[in-house]
Design a protein around this ligand. Structure first.
Ligand SMILES: Cc1ncc(COP(=O)(O)O)c(C=O)c1O
Length: 371
């Protein structure tokens, strides 16, 4: 039997993915206050949790800022569960997907998508024309990540013009996702400086497009780590963080001046299944419980004397050589998840905890919705 509302945490079967609701709400409030102070919108990225109830809570706590998705499957999940202002921060490619998108855009009150090439613009125009609808479009501009996005300069202006001239497309602005800064900045001042530089590039693109084509109403940027730096630049109209309600070990290590263990709200509670030696124990959470797609390992939530050092699929190796060694089979240990988006994606359920009891059960509804 699965977890039940009001069940004490101590009775939950393990491994179980928990979220500390009070701390999560504090994190959301903090980013919402930042957005408010800087007169910008906060559109939360649902890719992190893939659950429409959490998306609705974020939307409500951010003054109706709307929701971002990364896959059409996520958009469908959100739309079917009542979210009516969605931005798909991803290119829609292929006839079937274009049909699904155009159909959805007529069902959802506000739905925009992303383009970064003549091919994505032309195919979207063709599909929108076929469906006799008008589609809201954001042009992705590469300000340093070198993933997707057209480079700044005349080529960005040319694509903005192409969108503007397409009869069934409405040019709404640009996306300048600047997460390259996470790999390049190590201090608060470096985050400030590099995010500002990226936003200056975005500003140049906005000025070029406004001089040659049309007004740029929206400048969307940022994830959890960079939003509160880039968002201070006057060009920005909207930040799109996803991990910010939860944080994770990656964020903890990246910005220790800003993120502490108490800000990391997504944890996995595990059980000690074996204490084979004085310096080692094993818990029931391995790589099928914690995503290990990044270099980080899980970090113990409430203690510093033990270390998660290795994983196989259902086993987590814990080094206890610096502890007093007083562990027994059946003890429970809680770990902050290394990478929250991909860890949630391994689970069916997120268990919301308040005052040590289950208060919410959030199904990971868009899990597997990669198309
Ligand atoms: C385009 C875009 N926007 C926003 C985000 C959210 O960033 P984060 O998960 O760092 O909060 C992502 C994450 O990959 C993204 O790709």
């Amino acid at each position: 039997m699965g977890p039940k509302l009001y069940q004490p945490v101590e009775n939950l079967e393990t491994p179980a993915l928990l979220v500390d609701i009070d701390a999560m709400e504090r994190n959301i409030e903090e980013y919402a206050a930042f957005a408010d102070e800087n007169d910008i919108s906060l559109r939360s990225h649902a890719k992190t949790h893939k659950n429409a109830e959490l998306a609705a809570l974020e939307d409500e706590m951010t003054d109706g800022g709307g929701i971002c998705c990364q896959t059409l499957g996520e958009v469908e999940t959100m739309a079917r569960n009542g979210i009516d202002d969605i931005y798909l921060s991803y290119q829609v490619v292929g006839k079937k997907k274009l049909d699904r998108f155009c159909w959805l855009s007529q069902k959802v009150e506000k739905l925009a998508t992303t383009v970064d090439s003549a091919a994505t613009i032309d195919c979207l125009q063709e599909a929108a024309h076929e469906h006799q609808t008008t589609v809201e479009v954001i042009l992705e501009v590469d300000v340093g990540l070198h993933r997707t996005g057209i480079g700044p300069g005349p080529q960005a202006v040319a694509l903005a013009e192409r969108i503007d001239e397409a009869a069934n497309l409405e040019f709404n602005g640009i996306l300048s996702y600047e997460s390259h800064v996470k790999a390049e900045a190590a201090t608060e001042s470096e985050f400030d400086e590099l995010c500002w530089d990226a936003m200056e590039l975005a500003q140049d693109v906005v000025e070029d497009i406004e001089a040659a084509v049309t007004s740029v109403d929206e400048v969307k940027i940022g994830g959890t780590a960079t939003s509160r730096y880039s968002g201070k630049h006057p060009v920005v109209t909207e930040i799109n963080p996803g991990m910010y309600p939860f944080n994770d070990v990656g964020e903890l290590e990246l910005r220790p001046w800003e993120v502490c263990k108490n800000d990391c709200t997504a944890t996995v509670i595990t059980t000690v299944i074996s204490v084979p030696d004085n310096d080692r124990l094993v818990v029931d959470g391995g790589s099928k419980t914690f995503s290990l797609d990044k270099p980080q390992m899980p970090v113990p939530k409430n203690r510093d004397d033990i270390e998660y050092v290795n994983a196989s699929e259902e086993h987590g190796w814990i080094d206890i050589s610096d502890s007093d060694g007083s562990f027994a089979v059946g003890d429970r240990l809680e770990f902050i998840v290394p990478h929250v988006c991909t860890t949630i994606n391994l689970h069916d359920l997120i268990i919301g905890i308040r005052d040590d009891r289950v208060e919410e059960l959030w199904e990971v509804q868009a899990r597997g919705k990669v198309r």
